[in-house]
Design a protein around this ligand. Structure first.
Ligand SMILES: [Cu+2]
Length: 236
């Protein structure tokens, strides 16, 4: 009974979020048109189309799978689409582009952690995975920029997420640069060295349990727990 009530509330919340999402992205693009003059950081003229595909595979035996696409188009826009299934329904699922940014050397290639990264308890926490996928670079939330986490998508009652986020590549690079050593350019996004990680699951005695299982009644929802991961692969 209590669970049902929570789910209904969350759905209302999701609808509200969805509303703000569209408003925000339109506002944002409108603002940016005004803010970035012709001679802005990079401009749109020399941007070339790039597309990356991601196959999302389960972590923590979550059963979560999906695909993602990351694009930088000729109009100077950066766009991310994620389609995920098998998620805990009606719950928030943080999702990020993770990777390593190091000064004065080529960035280390991020990868999805092997099961052995989980350690003795068998549960792969956010921290357990960091040596493999690195820290959060870009939160795939309702705004993308700023690079601080805002509203992440909430799964449908069927446990799916279809997310789309778009921002001007130049504003993403500016934000990325400000978060790092101040010399970043578009090429330093190095998307082919990044991974996407999806988070959020019910955990019961160090195991991910399905939301409709008996155990889930006593399980704790851990929004940061990694449930799926995939490497960005450039399409040429
Ligand atoms: Cu993440």
């Amino acid at each position: 009974m209590i669970l049902n009530k929570a789910a209904t509330l969350t759905k209302g919340f999701a609808a509200a979020l969805l509303g703000t999402f569209f408003l925000t992205s339109c506002d944002q693009l409108g603002d940016l048109d005004g803010v970035i003059p012709g001679g802005g950081s990079g401009g749109g003229g020399n941007s070339q189309m790039k597309m990356y595909k991601v196959q999302l595979n389960p972590l923590n035996n979550s059963g979560v799978t999906g695909t993602a696409t990351v694009m930088m188009n000729e109009d100077g826009e950066f766009e991310v689409i994620t389609d995920v299934m098998g998620l805990a329904p009606s719950m928030v699922h943080p999702q990020h582009i993770h990777g390593f940014v190091m000064e004065n050397m080529a960035d280390k290639d991020a990868m999805c952690p092997p099961p052995s990264a989980a350690g003795a308890d068998g549960l792969l926490t956010l921290e357990d995975g960091l040596p493999f996928y690195g820290p959060v670079l870009i939160p795939l939330d309702d705004k993308l920029v700023p690079l601080t986490a805002d509203n992440f998508p909430i799964a449908t009652s069927a446990g799916t997420i279809s997310y789309g986020g778009k921002v001007m590549t130049s504003s993403l690079v500016s934000a990325f640069d400000a978060m790092h050593n101040g010399t970043q350019t578009e090429k330093d996004l190095e998307l082919d060295k990044r991974v996407i990680v999806i988070h959020g699951a019910y955990v019961y005695y160090d195991k991910v349990v399905p939301a409709d299982s008996r155990e889930a009644k006593w399980a704790e929802y851990q929004p940061t727990l990694p449930v799926a991961c995939g490497e960005l692969v450039e399409m040429k």
